[in-house]
Design a protein around this ligand. Structure first.
Ligand SMILES: [Zn+2]
Length: 284
């Protein structure tokens, strides 16, 4: 069940309320190898492998962990739950997700056969063209230059992409453009609940070169073995950026549910780095 927030004040109250429960539950979970839990995609109790091999020091990253037997991690089940909630009872809904070779795409495609998946293949690749990656036919889409027609999608989803996009405001404009009136944007990104404005960690200069403003941070990328560079740590200003693009009902949704394996990332620095299982939702 999602609890929705449109600003920092109410969110901080919620954080204060659940903090002791959260920390004790996650301390317990991080000491287990495997726990039973309800998977929203499998729609039954299954076993979750707690540690997926991603760590903060010695602590397992539970956002990438708590992996169901079906392959979906905590973060993937969170996105799955948000999409399922959005699409519930609607027939003929055109959904696009900006990933294709992931287990999340596969699980969503089983439930929503018409979903369109894509990956960012590389620079100077024509949007909408199909390429073979790991033996799979993959459509290329760049979030800052989508090939979808204006007002053509009911739901568009991306999952930990935006922090890797230098011109993220262009990306938000594109996401707005391709949605139908009343259509919904649903996404995750690392969200730092104490930050008002985003923290910029790197930038691309006019000559195309990269300037690091801080210690570089790379995340796993299914297409690029080097990983993807993080340009931003986002905070509440991201909601204002969405409003400026024209989106309405811009909210942060938290789905904290220990038995469903939807918990925080387990980051040891609670005030900066700890992330609840949250999505951002905005309506055109
Ligand atoms: Zn499952």
């Amino acid at each position: 069940m999602f609890t929705w927030f449109n600003g920092k004040h109410d969110f901080l109250q919620y954080v204060t309320q659940i903090k002791s429960y959260q920390l004790e539950a996650e301390r317990y979970l991080s000491l287990q190898q495997e726990v039973p839990g309800y998977c929203g995609a499998c729609r039954r109790v299954r076993n979750f492998t707690v540690n997926s091999g991603v760590y903060f020091g010695t602590l397992p990253n539970l956002r990438e962990g708590l992996v169901c037997e079906c392959g979906l991690s905590n973060r993937n089940r969170l996105i799955y739950s948000a999409v399922a909630l959005e699409v519930e009872d609607h027939a003929d809904v055109q959904i696009a997700i900006l990933e294709r070779i992931s287990i999340l795409y596969k699980r969503l495609q089983e439930t929503f056969p018409e979903i369109i998946g894509s990956e960012y293949i590389g620079e100077r690749v024509q949007g909408g063209t199909v390429h073979t990656v790991s033996g799979i036919s993959v459509r290329h889409e760049s979030i800052t230059e989508l090939s979808f027609s204006k007002c053509s999608l009911d739901v568009i989803v991306h999952n930990d992409v935006l922090e890797h996009v230098f011109d993220y405001k262009k990306a938000l404009e594109e996401l707005y453009r391709v949605l139908r009136k009343g259509g919904t944007l649903i996404f995750t990104c690392p969200f730092f609940f104490r930050l008002e404005r985003e923290l910029q960690k790197a930038r691309i200069l006019a000559d195309g070169s990269l300037e690091l403003l801080m210690e570089p941070e790379y995340h796993g990328d299914p297409i690029n073995a080097q990983g993807a560079l993080t340009f931003y740590h986002y905070g509440w200003g991201l909601l204002d950026d969405l409003v400026r693009c024209g989106f309405r009902d811009v909210r942060v949704g938290v789905n904290y549910d220990v038995f469903a394996g939807l918990v925080s990332n387990n980051h040891p620095e609670y005030e900066y780095g700890n992330m609840l299982p949250l999505i951002i939702r905005a309506v055109k």
